[in-house]
Design a protein around this ligand. Sequence first.
Ligand SMILES: CC(C)(COP(=O)(O)OP(=O)(O)OC[C@H]1O[C@@H](n2cnc3c(N)ncnc32)[C@H](O)[C@@H]1OP(=O)(O)O)[C@@H](O)C(=O)NCCC(=O)NCCS
Length: 145
Amino acid sequence: MILRDMTANDIDAVLRIERQVHAHPWTRGNFSDALAVGYLCKVAMLDGGMLGYAVLMRGVDDAELLDIGIAARHQRQGWGRKLLEAMLALAREPGKQRAVLEVRAGNVAARNFYRNAGFVEIGLRKDYYRAQNACEDAILMGREL
Ligand SMILES: CC(C)(COP(=O)(O)OP(=O)(O)OC[C@H]1O[C@@H](n2cnc3c(N)ncnc32)[C@H](O)[C@@H]1OP(=O)(O)O)[C@@H](O)C(=O)NCCC(=O)NCCS
């Protein structure tokens, strides 16, 4: 797996995966904004094709993972864990203690994935994700960087 910076030219391929694997996908605008504000945006390549991607926001004393996706046909082979650890390693710096993230309560696979990577639940935002006919809680998770 090769990790490289995401560029605007990658967004089409990133969106193809995002729409395939996420029940509530980010939009093109979300990814271009993430690039424009300077979040850590990486794509993971395997044999010339895109395996996945991740976006992380570096805060003053913590790092927040905002999005991660692995193409469906490559899931459950350890790539997500490798990508997650690589992102956290890039965010690690003196004084930065914690990695945090928010996950939808109903996204059991992702909650399991993060738990497997050492994240624990540290909070809950009731009805945080609001849609027309349903609300969903956000679970906050954290671990040492
Ligand atoms: C979450 C995601 C990134 C995991 O990527 P992945 O490459 O499949 O994960 P890994 O193979 O590294 O899995 C590591 C561990 O996480 C857990 N896990 C991963 N996917 C899981 C699933 N669908 N169901 C239950 N546990 C799962 C398992 O414990 C797994 O270890 P195991 O395969 O030895 O049992 C991927 O499923 C994905 O892209 N999901 C859609 C997008 C999403 O929900 N992103 C997170 C919210 S932003």
